[in-house]
Design a protein around this ligand. Sequence first.
Ligand code: AR6
Length: 170
Amino acid sequence: MATFELIQGDITTIAVDAIVNAANSSLQGGGGVDGAIHRAAGPGLLAECFQMNGCPTGEARLTGGYDLPAKFVIHAVGPRWRGGNHGEVGLLAATYRSALALAKECDVRSIAFPAISCGIYGYPVEEAARVAVDTVRKHAAGMPELERGIFVCFDEKTYEAYDVALNTAE
Ligand code: AR6
C-alpha cells in the first residue's frame, strides 16, 4: 500500500522512479512545469518527445528522465478549464489514471505529480486537488508495487488546497 506525501517545491529536483509532467498534446515542450522539466532534463528529452506523435488530452506518454534525478518522465495532458461543463473532471481523472497505468507497466515504486492543469490551463485549484487525490488514491490501491506517491506543489495556495484534499478525502 502506497503512502502519500505532500511537499512544496520543484518537481525537477525530486529523486523518484518517475515524475509526471503537465504537458500539452504536442509534447514539444512549453512553459510552467513542462518548461522546467525540459530545462532540467536537457535536450535528449525533447529529442525523444519529437519521435512521438503527440498525445491526446486525458492520456500520457513515457520517456526517459535524461539529466533529471528521476528515471522516467510521464508526460500527461490535462484538460484546459472551460467553465466546468466540458468534461473537465472526467478528463482530469483520466489524465491521472493514464499516468498511473504507465507507471504500473514500468514497475514504478515512487512517483511525483505536479498539480496538472492548475497553472496555464486554469483549473480551479481546490477542485483539481480533490480530483487528483481521489483518483490517485483509488487507482494506487490496485498497484501493489507502488510504495510512494508525492504531490508536489509549487506555491503555497496549491499546497493548502492539496492539504485539505489529502486530509478530507476518504
Ligand atoms: N515543480 C512543480 N510544480 C510546478 C513547477 C515545478 N518546477 N513549475 C510550475 N509548477 P502548468 P498546466 C506548477 O502551467 O496548467 C505548459 O506550457 C504550477 O504552479 O505547468 O497543466 C504545457 O506545455 C501549477 O500549479 O501546467 C501546457 O501547454 C502546476 O505546476 C500547459 O502549460 C501546473 O501548471 C499545461 O498547463
